[in-house]
Design a protein around this ligand. Structure first.
Ligand code: NAD
Ligand code: TYD
Length: 352
């Protein structure tokens, strides 16, 4: 029983690989190590005998196929992606090639392997396409995304994810591959690259730099702790029904401004002697993101009712834990900066 985790060196993928490897499961991380992939995020899994790392670009169909034939997985959990909305505004083709072409390469490799399996193994095989709630577009002040909400992606990122979801669905409907698709809300937690809102805010606050809040800060995101997300993904692979989609969210809607303020309050508490207290004074409203979705909110009743999933982390406790993690694990983000990653560079300001 081997699981291939694509994107296993990224934020969510590494949380999944650490958990699977710690549980003694055979797991292969398939990752090309882009600017967003870091082996140090794998922790003890990196040395574990039940974990293997394959540096492979999912855009390379032949290399993907070779890894599938080498390990003959019983499950594929597909997380590799270009994942940052702002970057998708500057470089949309990277999103098309990795998120769309790369996903089709994986589906083809999985299909080739699956179709030749003996009946029992064929029955048990699973391909999980890990997607985002952003494929549903933007909500107004009320309502939630359900599994029946029509796709209406607004950014090049969400359009590329939506496209890859359609291919995943097509491989299930046309070829019978046991595909499931998950849509989760915004994740937070340890090992998230400081280009996303929460780590950007923590590091800017810690270092006394401006905390950039796009527009008025009134956009709403529904926050999910990465460990709760990973538990949901494992449940889907174990108990989900092929052909189904599953929405994952923890009912934790917050405006970006309130989120920044909550992080600043944690920093005030943890860094009593900081010259930057009160950290809230660093919050700065900056030019809005083009096409900025107003609000996301997830109805996760199917996950809860059919698969018995429950998030364990409240946003308040999870956020405190996350801020503490960044303060205690400078080695992780300092190494990424030393590798050339520039975390205070604004991206995605294309003229309309
Ligand atoms: P991430 O950017 O932190 O990690 C992406 C990983 O994919 C990196 O390790 C990177 O090296 C790898 N990768 C990128 N291009 C590749 C390629 N061509 N070949 C092989 N590997 C490649 O992303 P994340 O935040 O961990 O997100 C993981 C998945 O979850 C993505 O599919 C994303 O769309 C989805 N998702 C993320 C969030 C979130 O809040 N972070 C929310 C919903 C859905
Ligand atoms: P982000 O973490 O990029 O996730 P997504 O765009 O996938 O939701 O952004 C979360 C929200 O925070 C989004 O509304 C944009 C906003 N944001 C800021 O206000 N400032 C920032 O520096 C960043 C990175 C995001």
């Amino acid at each position: 029983m081997t699981t291939i985790v694509t994107g296993g060196a990224g934020f969510i993928g590494s949380a999944l690989v650490r958990k699977l490897a710690a549980a003694g499961e055979a797991v292969v991380t398939l990752d090309s190590l882009t600017y967003a992939g870091h082996l140090q995020s794998l922790g003890e899994a990196l040395e574990a005998p039940n974990h293997h790392f394959e540096r492979v670009d999912i855009r390379d169909a032949e290399a993907v196929r070779a890894v599938f034939q080498k390990y003959r997985p019983s499950a594929v959990m597909h997380l590799a992606a270009e994942s940052h909305v702002d970057r998708s505004i500057d470089s949309p083709m990277d999103f098309v090639s990795t998120n769309v072409t790369g996903t089709v390469n994986l589906l083809q490799a999985a299909q080739e392997l699956w179709s030749a399996l003996p009946a029992g193994e064929k029955e048990a095989f699973r391909f999980l396409q890990v997607s985002t709630d952003e494929v549903y577009g933007s909500l107004g002040p009320t309502g939630v995304f359900t599994e029946e909400t029509p796709y209406q992606p607004n950014s090049p990122y969400s359009a590329s994810k939506a496209s890859s979801d359609h291919f995943a669905r097509a491989w299930q409907r046309t070829f019978g591959l046991p595909v499931m698709i998950s849509h989760c809300s915004n994740n937070y937690g340890p090992y998230q690259l400081p280009e996303k809102l929460i780590p950007v805010t923590i590091l800017a606050g810690l270092e006394g730099r401006q905390i950039p809040i796009y527009g008025t800060g009134s956009n709403i995101r529904d926050w999910l702790h990465v460990e709760d997300h990973v538990e949901a993904l494992e449940l889907i692979v174990r108990k989900g029904t092929p052909g189904n989609t599953y929405n994952i969210g923890a009912d934790a809607e917050t405006t970006n401004l309130d989120m920044a303020k909550a992080i600043c309050a944690c920093l005030d508490e943890f860094l009593e002697d900081s010259p930057h207290r009160p950290h809230e004074g660093l919050i700065t409203f900056v030019q809005d993101r083009p096409g900025h979705d107003l609000r996301y909110a997830i109805d996760s009743s199917r996950m809860r009712d059919e698969l018995g999933w429950r998030p364990r982390h409240s946003l308040q406790e999870g956020l405190r834990q996350t801020v503490a993690w960044y303060l205690e694990n400078r080695w992780w983000w300092e190494a990424i900066r030393e590798g050339g990653f520039k975390d205070s560079e604004r991206q995605g300001l294309a003229a309309r």
